[in-house]
Design a binder for this molecule. Structure first.
Ligand SMILES: NC(=O)C1=CN([C@@H]2O[C@H](COP(=O)(O)OP(=O)(O)OC[C@H]3O[C@@H](n4cnc5c(N)ncnc54)[C@H](OP(=O)(O)O)[C@@H]3O)[C@@H](O)[C@H]2O)C=CC1
Ligand SMILES: Nc1nc(=O)c2c([nH]1)NC[C@@H]1CN(c3ccc(C(=O)N[C@@H](CCC(=O)O)C(=O)O)cc3)C=[N+]21
Length: 283
């Protein structure tokens, strides 16, 4: 069997065309969706992602701005910056790029963002709403993954979904969204015994570990759907996922590539959330 590739880049382009039309319509009502991204320090990977977010915003007509702060910024100063953005009526979405320097408490920062502007969907209030199945901003990477599955009419209901990884930004929320779609969900992590036995029962396997090529065909049930969230930069500068794509493709029915898989969808769902914020749909 050779798996069908779910191309996140292509799906993103289609979705962005629709969003572009929606933004044009909003502008006619004098609503100009605006996203502010806060970038602390000079991490090259963070800078490159943030630039990607700005470029994608421009593609659909969303106005965006990057607020750059030095890595010596204090927590208090960062909180003040967020407070200003919270009270600025022209700002619909606020995203603080992670990771932050060690001297800043991430929870304090995330909790200071107005939940109505929390387009990452990281605020505990919005996480609570997601868990109870209420309408809110869904975290972008998990939401992008669900959107990719639906784009191929892949049945989620009743299926066994196995998530490897339990971070607050990917693993935990993607499992929750799959549960909301009536999957039976199992979480695996670094302390999991018999990882291979568990993943071999997965109809849908989500891999969010952050180590290159740790999952190959030996971990995959024949006919499974494999979603590779990992973004690993190799020494030669190339990007690779957590899944050995060639090997996994022999067992899976569907697979996502890296690059051009989940990454572009993360950015696209951020734009979706920013438009939702501008429309005032999240209370
Ligand atoms: N495509 C996209 O848009 C995005 C991609 N990413 C990428 O996804 C990957 C994961 O990101 P993130 O969730 O933030 O990473 P974290 O490092 O926060 O989490 C990694 C998870 O993997 C688990 N893990 C580590 N080693 C193993 C192992 N050998 N077996 C099983 N589980 C293991 C850890 O377990 P434990 O909890 O026990 O430590 C942890 O839960 C990274 O490559 C990141 O760059 C992230 C965000 C968006
Ligand atoms: N507050 C916050 N929100 C985030 O959503 C967030 C974050 N912090 N910190 C880091 C992670 C990572 N992340 C990615 C976004 C896009 C690509 C992406 O577009 N990847 C392209 C390749 C890009 C390239 O070539 O560098 C692809 O996979 O095809 C990847 C990773 C968002 N994150």
């Amino acid at each position: 069997m050779v798996a069908e590739v779910i191309n996140g880049k292509e799906l993103s382009m289609q979705l962005k065309l629709d969003m572009k039309k929606e933004v044009e319509y909003l502008k006619q009502q004098n609503i100009l969706p605006h996203l502010t991204v806060v970038l602390v320090g000079n991490n090259p990977a963070s800078r490159s992602y943030v630039n990607g977010k700005k470029r994608a915003s421009e593609e659909v007509g969303i106005s965006s701005e990057i607020v750059e702060l030095p890595d010596t910024v204090t927590e208090k100063e960062l909180l003040q910056t967020i407070e200003q953005l919270n009270s600025d009526n022209g700002v619909h979405g606020i995203l603080v790029q992670l990771p932050l320097p060690d001297h800043i408490n991430v929870e304090h920062i995330i909790e200071s963002i107005d939940p109505k502007k929390d387009v990452d969907g990281f605020h505990p209030y919005n996480i609570g709403k997601m868990m109870t199945g209420q309408d809110t901003f869904l975290p972008c990477t998990p939401y992008g993954i669900i959107t990719m599955l639906k784009s191929k009419n892949i049945t989620i209901e009743g299926k066994h979904a196995v998530v490897i990884g339990r971070s607050n930004i990917v693993g935990k929320p993607v499992g929750q969204l799959l549960l909301n779609e009536n999957a039976t969900v199992t979480y695996c992590h670094s302390k999991t015994n018999n990882l291979k036995e568990i993943t071999n029962t997965a109809d849908i396997l989500i891999v969010a570990v952050g180590r290159p090529n740790v999952i190959d065909k030996a971990y995959i049930k024949e006919g499974a759907v494999v979603i590779d969230v990992g973004i690993n930069r190799l020494e030669d500068g190339s990007l690779t996922g957590d899944v050995d794509f060639e090997s996994a493709s022999e067992q899976a029915n569907y697979i996502t590539p890296v690059p051009r898989g989940v990454g572009p969808m993360t950015i696209t769902m951020l734009l979706h959330n920013t438009i939702k914020a501008a429309k005032g749909l999240v209370k």
